[in-house]
Write a protein that binds this ligand. Structure first.
Ligand SMILES: Cc1cc2nc3c(=O)[nH]c(=O)nc-3n(C[C@H](O)[C@H](O)[C@H](O)COP(=O)(O)O)c2cc1C
Length: 333
């Protein structure tokens, strides 16, 4: 597959955040029905796993229509990360993103994710190594701080060091992470959002490219944030309310508006789903992502319930989706 990095210029103005178990390739294909332009991130792939596997396909494969797409990598070993960057380039990814923001204990025990914020030199070496190994854009996703390492000076020092190593963009989740004491879910809700800390950084380092992440829930909030920041990254609100974002190509990229209905999304994805089933995939792996495209309308709950029930059956086939789409069409959705 050919690298289409030209396509990604400024695609980071709006991106869908990496989310383990959520932003898999099927969800990304779904998001592509809603926005042609936004940058989509993969779930985190562990660099060590990529290094040791003989068959990286299941970790790396994606569909051409997912471009522009960034591969997110977790790790702490420059050799593993260089290998990941080479593979990412060969696979045709547009960018590679280094995870320095995940606070999960599993990730911490591997000494990567957010705990690396305490070690800017190591992060810098990892970034350098990825830069040397490929020509991809290398970006870093991180927090505003961890534990007691949490002030503007440390944040600025971290970003300066990592930018000097070649990181071309920073996606900053605007809350600190408490590595000891809070679980990952709590670390996405309990530490307060502090957009002003990221704003200070942008003011002091106007030449750096900064994506704001954390708590953005509507296109209007994103447009407001884009007055200050170079990009916005949306996670949970994109997964929970995919159709909410169908105006962003028009609003953010000044492209033709995407106008799509829930039934059309399902119908557009029938050929893709058929291919998945032909490769022995399960219907539910794709259908589960459709549950959130019908919301806040009468009958939404029972439609979701029926789809969940039927699509989880072992031999569920395309007819389940056809029926679900027809039900929606009948009521104009
Ligand atoms: C279920 C879930 C899984 C996540 N997995 C990842 C991940 O693999 N890599 C990462 O950098 N961040 C991960 N995150 C964090 C998100 O990328 C994002 O930073 C966070 O949810 C805040 O943005 P939001 O308020 O728009 O959701 C995850 C978040 C959720 C909710």
């Amino acid at each position: 597959m050919e690298n289409s990095s030209k396509q990604t210029q400024e695609s980071y103005r709006f991106s869908v955040a990496p989310m383990m178990d959520y932003t898999d390739r099927h969800f990304r294909v779904l998001m592509r029905q809603i926005t042609r332009k936004a940058l989509l991130y993969t779930e985190m792939v562990v660099a060590q796993a990529l290094y040791h596997t003989k068959k990286p396909n299941h970790l790396l494969d994606f569909d051409t229509e997912e471009h522009p797409i960034a591969l997110q990598i977790g790790g702490d070993d420059p050799i593993h990360l260089a290998n990941a960057a080479r593979l990412a380039e060969n696979w045709g990814y547009d960018e590679i993103n280094f995870n320095v923001g995940c606070p999960s204990p599993r990730v911490q025990s591997g000494n990567f994710g957010a705990c690396l914020m305490a070690n800017p030199d190591l992060v810098a070496r990892c970034v350098e190594s990825m830069k040397k190994a490929s020509s991809l854009t290398v970006t870093v996703k991180h927090r505003i701080g961890i534990d007691n390492l949490d002030n503007d000076i440390l944040l600025q020092e971290f970003v300066d060091r990592v930018a000097a190593a070649g990181a071309q963009r920073f996606a900053i989740h605007a809350r600190k992470a408490w590595l000891k004491g809070l679980n990952p879910k709590e670390n996405r809700t309990i530490p307060p959002l502090q957009y002003e800390r990221v704003e200070n950084l942008k003011r002091n380092r106007p030449y750096l490219t900064i994506e704001l992440n954390g708590g953005l829930t509507t296109p209007a909030e994103c447009l407001q944030a884009l007055k200050i920041f170079d990009g916005v990254m949306v996670g949970r609100a994109a997964y929970k309310h995919p159709l909410r974002w169908q105006q962003i190509d028009e609003l953010i990229y000044k492209d033709n508006p995407q106008s799509i209905t829930a039934s059309k999304i399902i119908k557009n994805m029938l050929p893709y789903t058929q291919q998945h089933l032909m490769k022995n995939g399960q219907l539910w792996e794709i259908a589960k992502h459709f549950l959130n495209i019908v919301q806040e309308v009468p009958g939404a709950r029972s439609w979701r319930k029926s789809l969940s029930f039927k699509a989880q059956k072992r031999n569920a086939d395309l007819n389940v989706l056809l029926e679900a789409a027809t039900q929606l069409e009948d009521v104009g959705l």
